[in-house]
Design a protein around this ligand. Structure first.
Ligand SMILES: *Cc1c(COP(=O)(O)O)cnc(C)c1O
Length: 273
C-alpha cells in the first residue's frame, strides 16, 4: 500500500516530509489498518478491546466488515446513555459492542474459536503488520511516529535498513525516573529510540498550546493532526528539528498515523479545520 507525502518546510538543515497514512481512509487510522493485517488473515471471528474514542475499535470494525469477519468490541466502562461518535461508527460497521466495568476489563477473557486482538492491535502479529508500513515509503534516514502501545514503532524498527533509525514520541506521560525501564521494556534495536517530554499532560490530554499548534500546522502545511497522537508527535518533530537533534542532511519522514476521528471528542469550535 503506498501513500502520498507532504513536504514540511521546518527550516534547519534537514528535509522533512509527512507520510500521509491518514489519507488511506477517512475514518480508519492508517497504522491500525496495518496492525490488523495478520490478525484478520487468520479469518476467525474477532474480539478486541478499547475505550469509547478508540481508533483501534473503529478500524477493527471497518476492516472486519470489509473482510466479512464478525467482530465484537469490549468497551471499557458502563454503557453510556449516549454513545460516542466512534462507537456509533463501530455499530454502523457491524461490530457487536459489550460494555464491561473497568475492573472486569482488566480480567482475563476466554473466547474459544476467536482471534483475540489486544487493545490497540498490539502483540507480535501487530508488530509484523506494522512492519509493512515502510514498504510504501520514500527514502529516509529517520522515521518519526507517535507511540501508544509502541507496536507501530516496533514494526518500523524491524523494517529499517542499515543507516536508518526510528524515533518514537510517547503520548503518555512517563515520569523521568521510569523512562529508562519503560524504554528497555519495549525492546527496540539500537538503531531506534524514544524521546519523552511531549505528552502534554498525559494520554488524551491537551493544552491550549497543543490546539494552537494543530491549527497553525494545518494553516501552514494543510495537514490535519489529531490531538491524542499525531499532534504531540508533530510538535516534537518541529522541536527536534529546530534544536538540531537530526544531523545535517538528514531526510526525516514523519509518519501521520491517522486517528483524526478522535478529534470528534473536542469542543466543536476548537479546531479551524
Ligand atoms: C493508535 C495510534 C497510535 C499509536 O500506535 P501504537 O502502535 O499503539 O504505538 C499512533 N497514532 C494514531 C493516530 C493512533 O490511532
Amino acid at each position: 500500500m503506498t501513500f502520498p507525502t507532504t513536504p514540511l518546510d521546518l527550516g534547519g538543515d534537514c528535509s522533512c516530509s509527512v507520510a500521509r497514512l491518514d489519507l488511506l481512509h477517512p475514518v480508519v487510522s492508517g497504522n491500525k489498518w496495518f496492525k490488523l493485517t495478520y490478525y484478520l488473515s487468520l479469518g476467525l471471528p474477532v474480539v478486541t478491546f478499547g475505550g469509547p474514542y478508540s481508533n483501534h475499535l473503529v478500524a477493527t470494525a471497518y476492516a472486519c466488515r470489509e473482510k466479512g469477519i464478525p467482530c465484537t468490541g469490549i468497551v471499557r466502562g458502563e454503557e453510556p446513555a449516549v454513545l460516542s461518535p466512534s462507537l456509533l461508527d463501530c455499530l454502523a460497521y457491524g461490530m457487536t459492542l459489550r460494555f464491561v466495568s473497568r475492573a472486569a476489563y482488566r480480567g482475563d477473557f476466554d473466547f474459544p474459536g476467536c482471534t483475540v486482538i489486544p487493545e490497540g492491535g498490539a502483540g507480535p502479529l501487530g508488530v509484523r503488520g506494522a512492519s509493512l508500513i515502510l514498504a510504501g515509503a520514500p527514502p529516509f534516514t529517520h522515521v518519526v511516529c507517535a507511540v501508544g502501545t509502541g507496536t507501530t514503532l516496533l514494526g518500523l524498527d524491524a523494517a529499517l535498513s542499515p543507516g536508518q533509525s526510528a524515533i518514537g514520541i510517547p503520548v503518555i506521560a512517563v515520569p523521568s525516573a521510569d523512562r529508562s525501564s519503560f524504554d528497555a521494556s519495549l525492546g527496540l534495536s539500537v538503531a531506534s529510540s524514544l524521546v519523552h517530554g511531549y505528552a502534554f499532560g498525559g494520554y488524551a490530554r491537551h493544552t491550549p498550546e497543543l490546539i494552537r499548534f494543530m491549527n497553525e500546522f494545518h494553516a501552514l502545511y494543510g495537514v490535519p493532526l489529531d490531538f491524542v497522537y499525531t499532534a504531540k508527535a508533530a510538535f516534537a518533530l518541529v522541536d527536534l528539528v529546530l534544536s538540531g537533534f537530526f544531523p545535517a542532511g538528514s531526510r526525516v519522514l514523519f509518519l501521520h498515523t491517522g486517528g483524526l476521528q478522535g478529534n470528534r471528542s473536542l469542543p466543536p469550535l476548537a479546531l479551524s479545520f
